[in-house]
Design a protein around this ligand. Structure first.
Ligand SMILES: [Zn+2]
Length: 568
């Protein structure tokens, strides 16, 4: 790269590094700068090897500045971007920008690969598409791009798990398609493409073709006549070749400046049968760019959202669209979404491995960053959708903060959640005197929902950290004030002034006998304890609040009740 270009890269990188740092009030990182930089400056792409090094230097300089210095510099370099950031801070703009070219309707698709149930990051696509569908009265297609039985092998249970997840998020696709049902359609389009001179069969070993391609040279098969290609393609369909022996390539531009676009593979042979019975006889499989490109057109998709790292897809597919005289849909590129709080990464294969190794109990293990897990924990799909929408669709990488999901969810569930006591690892304290039961409210803001009846059978359980020093008092919530004497508590009275004026701590408790043994499953592992007897009257799926512990969804009732921790 020459020094003039280097200057341009440095300037653009500096703006993005400043933006990133100011936006998140933290240090910038190279990955977050790379995406938008390449997105806005396609001409930088051919220097993709050198650019991270340039960005690295810029990022470390920016990270040496104070927040105020960063803002000042950004105000000079890109005042309009700073203004945009500040108005976002004030929440004035809708986080999802309007789509362009919507006059003829809006049809969008989520195109999951069903190689596993969805993790949290997958919620972003249906959240955004579903929201646009509502805004434009459009259509939402769910298309399973399941045409790779080898490396992204479909998981038969994932199809329904993904549809369940979309339902959980509050959306219903207008159409559900499985690409593995549509092989004949792809074959027909390949035949037509061959007739139009847009494809040729090629038996070059992959490495050999690569070498030629990288040198901008055609392989010997490029100029064969369409008839021979037709014959060989039919033989591919008939399964007469093994994996690696024959491909069908799209004839693009063998000297194109981006080698990734040169004569890419549209179909290849895969020996391993597809796991779906209906597709198990096929051996000739389309590559994703061909399959999804054809499907997007045939199903009338008007707007595509895809990752900024997949910009080449549209460029590859445009060659096919040009052969067919089709109009390419509008494309919105967005950055990656990451999620804080979890130890497990947002990766289907990683989660699958951990389950296989027994380190997670399943896709709905509370430690797994999956939609099945959040659902089991009592988090409403709406809470996730709202948090995803807030992230917008910019080309920067974004981080989903679980605290935002939890805050949304708290607003949704708090009112309906009955209060209960749950004492973890309780110590038994005898109680001398006082009434024979406590009566805390079912819900502090809804006196009309009545009061609970928590018996005091001569002793209570309290959490070890809540036991006051001997001689000191605590307030057993709903019961009254007690003092710690040698062998337990003695009742002092029910004058609330002790709490209001003398700062006596209010604690939760459970009866020493007759409570409900409970296992609370949390993101940090299981905790056990005893809940008040009324929990036995709750129903599975109820979300309750264990006072001073947090919200939880009742998962099972019985000798030992099980609840999944929702959030505080
Ligand atoms: Zn060849």
């Amino acid at each position: 790269m020459d020094s003039e270009l280097r200057d341009r890269v440095e300037r653009a990188a500096r703006t993005h590094a400043l933006l990133n740092a100011v936006k998140y009030e933290s240090d910038a990182d190279v990955g977050a700068v790379m995406g938008p930089l390449m997105g806005e400056n396609p001409e930088f792409r051919e220097h993709a090897d050198e650019i991270p090094g340039v960005i690295g230097g810029v990022v470390s300089e920016v990270n040496g500045l104070s927040d105020a210095e960063r803002r000042d510099e950004l105000a000079t370099l890109a005042p309009e971007k700073l203004a945009e950031l500040e108005s976002e801070d004030e929440g004035e703009e809708h986080p999802l920008p309007d789509l362009s070219n919507v006059e003829d309707g809006v049809v969008m698709r989520a195109a999951p690969n069903p190689n596993g149930p969805w993790h949290l990051g997958h919620a972003r696509m249906p959240a955004v598409i579903g929201t646009y569908k509502e805004r434009y009265d459009g259509r939402f297609i769910c298309r399973f791009d399941d045409t790779d039985p080898e490396t992204k092998r479909p998981d038969l249970e994932a199809y329904d798990a993904i549809l369940d997840a979309i339902d959980y998020l509050g959306f219903e696709p207008d159409t559900v398609l499985r690409a593995s049902d549509r092989l004949e359609t792809y074959y027909d389009h390949a035949r037509e493409l061959i007739d139009r001179g847009g494809a040729y069969t090629c038996s070059c070993p992959g490495a050999e073709f690569s070498e030629l391609k990288n040198a901008g040279e055609a392989c010997p098969h490029r100029e064969k006549d369409p008839e021979q290609t037709r014959e060989e393609f039919e033989a591919m369909i008939d399964g007469e070749y093994s994996a690696g022996e024959m491909t069908l390539r799209v004839r693009t531009d063998i000297t194109h400046k981006n080698p990734a676009l040169r004569d890419w593979v549209a179909f290849r042979m895969i020996d391993r049968p597809h796991p779906r019975e209906a597709a198990s006889d096929y051996r000739c499989w389309p590559m994703l760019d061909f399959q999804s490109g054809v499907d997007d057109h045939l199903t009338g998709v008007t707007h595509i959202i895809r990752g900024i790292d997949l910009q080449d897809s549209a460029k590859r597919q445009r060659f096919v669209y040009d052969y067919f005289d089709w109009e390419y849909p509008e494309v919105v590129h967005w950055g990656h979404v990451q999620v804080d709080e979890y130890d497990v990464s947002l990766s289907t294969s990683t989660i699958k491995e951990l389950i296989d190794e027994g380190k997670l109990d399943g896709w709905d293990d509370p430690r797994a960053p999956t939609l099945a897990s959040l659902r089991r924990r009592g988090i409403r799909g709406q809470a996730i959708v709202d948090a995803m929408i807030e992230l917008g669709t910019s080309t920067s990488n974004v981080e989903l903060s679980m605290s935002a999901v939890y805050a949304n969810n708290r607003d949704l569930i708090d009112d309906g959640a009955d209060r209960h006591f749950f004492v973890r690892d309780g110590v038994e304290m005898a109680v001398d005197g006082g009434p024979d039961a406590g009566h805390p409210p079912v819900h502090p803001e809804h006196e009309e929902r009545g009061r609970r009846d928590v018996p005091v059978p001569g002793a209570v359980l309290v959490e070890p950290a809540d036991v006051p020093p001997t001689g000191e008092r605590v307030w057993l919530k709903g019961f009254g004030c007690v003092r710690h004497v040698d062998d337990g508590f003695t009742y002092v009275g029910d004058d609330i002034a002790a709490v209001r004026e003398e700062d006596v701590p209010v604690i939760h408790w459970a009866p020493a006998e007759g409570g409900v043994p409970l296992r609370l499953r949390t993101t940090d592992g299981d905790v056990t304890g005893v809940a008040e007897p009324a929990l036995a009257d709750a129903a599975v799926d109820d979300v309750v609040q264990f006072e001073r512990v947090g919200f939880a969804r009742i998962d099972a009732l019985g000798d030992e009740a099980v609840a999944y921790f929702t959030h505080e």
